[in-house]
Design a protein around this ligand. Structure first.
Ligand SMILES: [Zn+2]
Length: 249
């Protein structure tokens, strides 16, 4: 018996008995879910082509009698991202974005927006003509921004100066805001950003992932964006990247 249905993007798949699989997935209405596909590795009929990471699937879900776990009743594949699977160089960035997304605690009220971002991100990695070499970094920044930590990038948070006229703007990590060179940063962490790096941040904050493909900042700009992403993710989302995975700090 089916209790509810929802779209899902599959983040991870594991086997727990010979024929049974568990799936970690993200859904627009129920956020992050784990569900079992009993007999999933044998009976592919109910789940034809569905049970692989990156897939966008419409699943039926059933709650166990005790309410302690979910099982999948059936699935309809909506997008198997075949182009992504045929591009080995893009699988790494896609997997990195999914690992990060799984580690972030997405608030329930933002799960629909989070789902859209994840779907648009996979579409972008699959379809961008060129893929930005720092795409996963841009994705982390966007997720942090969408969780409510996005700085206002147009003006200095202290004096209101238009940062397009600022020669040395900075990002204040803890406060999550920008200041110009004339204002005092106070005691928190400050990252110097060029106007080019600020323009990248602005594009990542406001435009769809499909437009990020050609963003390829070099040198100091790239380092400051790495630094901004790492600092924001540590301070605001409580995560760090270590040994190939994201850990709670
Ligand atoms: Zn200022």
């Amino acid at each position: 018996m089916q209790d509810f249905s929802d779209k899902a993007i599959i983040l991870r798949v594991g086997r727990f008995r010979e024929a049974d699989l568990w799936l970690r997935m993200f859904t627009p209405q129920h956020g992050l879910l784990t569900a079992f596909a009993f007999g999933g590795s044998r009976s592919r009929k109910r789940f034809l082509g569905c049970l692989d990471p990156f897939n966008l699937v419409h699943f039926g879900f059933s709650r166990s009698r005790s309410g302690t776990y979910l099982s999948l009743t059936e699935g309809t594949l909506l997008d198997g991202h075949r182009g992504l699977r045929n591009a080995p160089a893009r699988l790494g960035p896609a997997a990195n974005c999914m690992k990060f997304f799984e580690a972030v605690h997405v608030e329930p009220e933002t799960s629909a927006a989070g789902f859209s971002l994840l779907r648009d991100t996979l579409d972008a990695i699959e379809h961008c003509e060129t893929l930005s070499p720092i795409f996963p970094i841009l994705f982390r920044l966007r997720v942090a921004f969408e969780q409510g930590y996005g700085p206002c990038l147009g003006t200095c948070s202290q004096c209101g100066k238009d940062l397009k006229t600022s020669v040395a703007p900075s990002l204040l990590v803890e406060a999550g805001c920008m200041i110009c060179e004339d204002c005092s940063p106070g005691s928190g962490r400050r990252i110097a950003m060029s106007r080019g790096a600020v323009a990248v941040l602005e594009q990542v904050r406001t435009e769809a992932p499909l437009t990020w493909g050609s963003l390829s900042p070099q040198g100091a700009d790239r380092r400051s964006l790495y630094d901004a992403a790492d600092s924001f993710v540590r301070w605001h989302l409580g995560l760090k990247w270590e040994d190939g995975r994201f850990l709670r700090i």
